[in-house]
Every structure is written in structure tokens, then in C-alpha cells.
Design a protein around this ligand. Structure first.
Ligand SMILES: [Zn+2]
Length: 475
């Protein structure tokens, strides 16, 4: 008899009454075990207070697992009431699944029968569902940002006023007490060429205390002296909108400060490597990973070298142990996108073979996705408050809205049954993944994360000019 353990997460406070109770979650887990003939060893429980979610019980369960599939396991199946009970982000979710996988423990969701890692398509779906949960989170974050964006567009300041200004009715006015210090900071940096740290030390002395922790750091000074609010802009993310306020420094001084900061800026390592398939793509000769490189070709008629970017066998590049293979990055990436589209079109029949999937309740999916994303949105607001983009009062108000909305969503969900993903929706998601890889809006780093969550390796073969890619999905 296979042995199972259950895992539930309950929200404390008001949601506990309106949300999905521990009893309901436990009953569903027990029912699944009874139905499948599994022995239910125990049900573990974590509480979630909203802002902070300590997954003590979950960590305890995972800590009991070994890293050898052949070793004796404390249990065979891990059951959670629902996937959203388990993790808040795709990253957390994969951490848990990966640990279970390492120990050879199967994962099941009590009310989402298609989340069954014992089937190959269940595994693929898990990956895709988690990826899109995260993407949907980004879209909601985008909407919050859009509201603040509109405010900035109108020339209004969002959040606490910057040093040197006071805020009245959404508009900035020079603060006669502190405005001179802002001008002094610019002069010290741009004309006296003082190090940022020294400017900070002097500002701290002049003002008595710093913006946050009682002192201006070098970073605070750099931030202050690169803030275009002081030349009359409302900076918002990467954009600058014309403000309605009076500038504190003239544009020439501001430009000199930017020039000083630019020359001092140390070259940051480019974390966003442009190579989408680094590590995923396998050498056609040795099967080892390939990495992206620039390759300067022969000189053309005007004496300029053409720069190509290619994937090269990493073993070949580092030690020459493999005779090596290479593939143009554009070709590899184009083929992958085509292959994803094809793969997902051809998978239609397998998707239909999955345990019964409902076609009728799009709202449930939307609700579940909101439940997963709301804590993230709130975390983003905490972040914004920490960076003084919004005030603590605004944060407190947002927190109330957040708690209320979550309670409502959980209560609505409680009334629904049957699983989330419909067949056409699933197929659309497959197609969306290919579209996402083509999008220039999504960073390469992000695309690489999404791909790595789904694909374990990509092998390729060359036959004359023809290149064939073979994908291995994560299992
Ligand atoms: Zn090789």
C-alpha cells in the first residue's frame, strides 16, 4: 500500500472563517487517499498570516526526504489540497516539486486531478501552469503600475516628496528649509568633484539626519543627484514627464552632475546575457552544454568584420576536449519557436486523454490566479513603501483592500467545484509560450527562466544546411 502525507495551508484572521477551512482541505485529501487506496500517514498544516508565510511544516516534510530515489522513503505520495496552497511563486513551486522528485515522491493535488506528476503530461502542465501563474501576476502588477503612471503623466508626484520639496495636493513645492541643501549637494558633486560618500557625510551634517536611517550614503547621494525631479521632471520608471513644480537646479548643473556620475560608474557585469539557449542547447558531438559567443567573421569589402553570435560547444571552447559544434543563435532560436508551436499543436490528443478537464468555468481559473498573485502584488507595494514611492498610510490602505479582496476571492472559490484548466485554454497557453519567446517586451533572462522551467535540454543535428532540434521536457 502506498503511503501518503497531506499538506494544508490555512489563512489566519478573517479569511479563516470565509476561506477554505482546514477541515475542508483535510477531508478532500483523505477522500482522495480512500478513493485511491493509499494509506494516509498524516496531514501537516501551515498557517499564513497574510504578509508573512512561514512554511515551517512544509520545510519539515521536505527535510525528511533523502536525495536518492532508491533509498527508503518516509512516504510515497505528497498531497496538497490545491497547488496554490503550496507556493506563491513559480520559483517556490519548483523548489518543492524538485525536492519531491529527487526523493522519488509523487505529487498530487486533491482537487486538481490534472496536477498529477505521475503522468508525463501532468508534469508538462505543471510547468506551464506555474509559468503562466507568474506571468498573470506580472499583468496585475502592470495594472497597479498603470494607475500610478497616469498620476505621474499628469505631472503629479507619487509617494513621499523628495528631499527639498514638500507635497501639497499631489503637487511639489520647494521646501525653503531643505531646498538649499539639494543645490549644495549638486555643486559639491558636479563642481567640487567631491566623492559621493563625502557629499553624503556633509549633507548628513547639514541636515542632521539622512533620508532613511539617519545618514546619507554614497548611494543616496547618487540617487539624489541623478533624480531629474530637480530639473522639473516627474520621473516615472524609465520615463520622464513634465512636472508642474519649480526646478531646484538648472539643467547645466544637472548635466555636469550626470557626467561626473557616469564616469565614476563602475562597469557592471552584464547579467542579462543575450543568449536564450545557453546551457539548454547540447553539443551535437559530445552532448555537453553549449554557450553563447560572439564570433568575428572575415572582413568584408569595406574592411569591417561581420560579428556573428553563435552557440559553441562549451567543452570545445574551454579545453578543446570536444572537436566542437556551433550553431547560429538566430537560427537556433527561430527553430525552437517553430518547434514549440508544432509540438503544442500535435499534443492536442494527449491533452484530451488527461483526466476529465472542465470546459465551463473560466472564472475559477481567474480566481485561483488572483489568489496566487495578490500576495505578490502586496509584496510589491511593501517594496514601494520601503523605497518611499508610496507612504505608509497608502500601504496600510492597500493592505486593507488586499485582505478584503482575498477573503472575497477565497469565499467565492469555496463555492465552486471542478478543476481549473480547460482544453482550449491549455492549448492557447502552449501557443502563448511561443509568442512570448518572440516578444521583445520580455527580457532574455525571463525567457530563459521560463524555458528552463519547462525544457531540460535541446539536442540538435545538422544534415547539410538542415538543422533539427529535439526537445526534452523536464520530468
Ligand atoms: Zn562538444
Amino acid at each position: 500500500m502506498l503511503r501518503a502525507v497531506g499538506y494544508t495551508r490555512v489563512s489566519t484572521g478573517r479569511q479563516a472563517q470565509e476561506g477554505i477551512s482546514l477541515e475542508v482541505q483535510s477531508q478532500r485529501i483523505a477522500a482522495l487517499c480512500a478513493e485511491q487506496g493509499w494509506e494516509l500517514l498524516d496531514i501537516y498544516q501551515d498557517t499564513d498570516s497574510g504578509a508573512k508565510w512561514e512554511r515551517t511544516a512544509l520545510q519539515g516534510i521536505l527535510a525528511r526526504l533523502g536525495r536518492d530515489k532508491r533509498a527508503v522513503k518516509p512516504f510515497d505520495i505528497f498531497i496538497t489540497y490545491k497547488v496554490d496552497r503550496l507556493a506563491r511563486s513559480a520559483r517556490d513551486f519548483y523548489e518543492v516539486l524538485h525536492r519531491l522528485e529527487q526523493a522519488g515522491v509523487a505529487f498530487r493535488s486533491a482537487v486538481e486531478p490534472h496536477f498529477d506528476t505521475t503522468s508525463a503530461w501532468g508534469k508538462a502542465l505543471l510547468g506551464i501552469a506555474a509559468i503562466f501563474a507568474e506571468l498573470e501576476g506580472d499583468q496585475i502588477r502592470g495594472r497597479i503600475t498603470a494607475a500610478l503612471h497616469r498620476k505621474a503623466e499628469k505631472g503629479e508626484w507619487v509617494g513621499r516628496p523628495p528631499l527639498g520639496y514638500r507635497l501639497e495636493g499631489g503637487l511639489l513645492f520647494p521646501d525653503p528649509q531643505t531646498a538649499p541643501f539639494v543645490q549644495a549637494a549638486f555643486t559639491m558633486l558636479a563642481d567640487e568633484h567631491l566623492p559621493s560618500r563625502e557629499v553624503g557625510r556633509r549633507l548628513t551634517a547639514l541636515l542632521g539626519k539622512g533620508p532613511t536611517y539617519g545618514g546619507f550614503s554614497a548611494t543616496d547621494v547618487k540617487r539624489l543627484c541623478s533624480n531629474s525631479v530637480y530639473v522639473g521632471d516627474i520621473p516615472w520608471n524609465e520615463e520622464r514627464f513634465p512636472g508642474k513644480h519649480e526646478p531646484l537646479v538648472d539643467t547645466a548643473l544637472f548635466a555636469r552632475a550626470q557626467a561626473v556620475l557616469a564616469t565614476r560608474m563602475t562597469r557592471r557585469r552584464d547579467r542579462d546575457s543575450p543568449y536564450l539557449l545557453s546551457g539548454l542547447l547540447r553539443c551535437a558531438r559530445c552532448g555537453g552544454p553549449m554557450s553563447g559567443h560572439y564570433h568575428s567573421g572575415t572582413r568584408n569589402a569595406s574592411g569591417l568584420r561581420k560579428i556573428n553570435s553563435i552557440y559553441v560547444c562549451a567543452a570545445h571552447a574551454s579545453s578543446g576536449q570536444c572537436a566542437g559544434s556551433y550553431l547560429f543563435t538566430t537560427k537556433a532560436e527561430r527553430l525552437l519557436i517553430a518547434l514549440l508551436g508544432e509540438l503544442y499543436r500535435s499534443s492536442a490528443s494527449e491533452i484530451r486523454d488527461l483526466p476529465r478537464i472542465s470546459n465551463s468555468q473560466p472564472t475559477r481559473e481567474a480566481l485561483e490566479s488572483r489568489l496566487r498573485t495578490m500576495p505578490k502584488n502586496f509584496e510589491r507595494l511593501i517594496d514601494m513603501a520601503a523605497r518611499n514611492v508610496i507612504s505608509n498610510e497608502e500601504l496600510a490602505a492597500a493592505r486593507k483592500r488586499f485582505e478584503k479582496e482575498r477573503a472575497q476571492v477565497e469565499a467565492t472559490l469555496h463555492g465552486l467545484e471542478s478543476p481549473a484548466v480547460s482544453v482550449p485554454q491549455t492549448r492557447r497557453r502552449f501557443r502563448d509560450l511561443a509568442a512570448l519567446l518572440r516578444s521583445s517586451e520580455v527580457s532574455v533572462q525571463r525567457k530563459r527562466d521560463l524555458l528552463a522551467a519547462l525544457i531540460a535540454r535541446i539536442d540538435w543535428q545538422r544534415d547539410g544546411r538542415d538543422v533539427t532540434l529535439t526537445l526534452t521536457l523536464r520530468d
